[in-house]
Design a binder for this molecule. Structure first.
Ligand code: PEP
Ligand code: MN
Length: 270
């Protein structure tokens, strides 16, 4: 392990990360919403559905890191304005990804939490800029990152002055091709041994398959995750990105009911 002066467990036992009215690490937080903001109608429908089902925060990409330059890249500023409207209507805090260090300051005016994605998890200038920014950061694990590399990325943000980092396990690339990635649920208790930062799980990118999200969400909850990030779309089959790994509003509703039951047992044990 490299030196984890600030995010290591020796620094403190646990951290609570405030995001709007939420506190990651103190209560279980479910972030839900579409991979990308595609239109006002799509995002508002998603926002109302996830709010109704009990989600705590709304996600939606305005800048999308796509493998092909010809795939949908996101609506940029227009998407941020739509997210802002959804926040005003639902009260849900907004989580959205930043790809470019130059965008951190102005996107921070719209977002309650800035996401740094898997592909950028070792973009050190982006990490430093987010570390100088005012917003809490959701730091995804890189698809090729060890726990040491991932936590060292968090250390970049903390050492630049921003103590508010939430880690997100989203699967790593292995030889297995049936799933998009291999969701490393052992990362949850391992990170909790190594760091005081909250850790959540994204089974959408972790598996790439909507059919696997519910079981992996329940497993992540049982493993001690501080929350979940679930891609949810009003019409997954029409999604411009990641439809195969997005739940419908009905599927998300079922998942939230099961999570509440499991959390009830978990709290009973604690
Ligand atoms: C996303 O959350 O839509 C995303 C691109 O995630 P990741 O960076 O984990 O692939
Ligand atoms: Mn996605």
């Amino acid at each position: 392990m490299d030196e984890l002066r600030l995010c290591g467990r020796q620094a403190r036992p646990r951290t609570a990360v405030p995001v709007g009215p939420l506190s990651f690490g103190e209560s279980f937080v479910v972030i839900a919403g579409p991979c990308s903001v595609e239109s006002e109608a799509q995002l508002m429908a998603a926002a109302r559905a996830v709010k109704e089902a009990g989600a705590h925060a709304l996600r939606g990409g305005a800048f999308k890191p796509r493998t092909s330059p010809y795939s949908f890249q996101g609506l940029g500023l227009a998407a941020l304005k739509i997210l802002d409207k959804a926040r005003r209507e639902t009260g849900l805090p907004i989580v959205t990804e930043v790809l470019d260090p130059r965008d951190v300051p102005w996107v921070s005016e719209f977002a309650d939490m800035i996401q740094i994605g898997a592909r950028n998890s070792q973009n050190f200038s982006l990490l430093r800029e987010a570390g100088r920014g005012p917003r809490p950061v959701l730091l995804k694990r890189g698809m090729f990152s060890t726990l040491n590399e991932w936590l060292s990325s968090a250390e970049y943000i903390l050492s630049a002055g921003n103590p508010n980092v939430v880690l997100c396990e989203r699967g790593i690339r292995t030889f297995e091709a049936y799933t998009r990635n291999t969701l490393d649920l052992s990362a949850v208790p391992a990170v909790r041994e190594l760091s005081h930062l909250p850790v959540i799980v994204d089974p959408s990118h972790g598996t790439g398959r909507a059919s696997l999200i519910e079981s992996m969400s329940l497993a992540a909850t049982a493993a001690g995750a501080d929350g979940l990030m679930i891609e949810t779309h009003p019409h997954p089959e029409q999604a411009l990105s990641d439809g195969d790994q997005s739940l419908s509003p009905a599927g998300f509703g079922v998942l939230m009911r099961k999570i509440r039951v499991l959390r009830g047992c978990w709290e009973g044990l604690a």
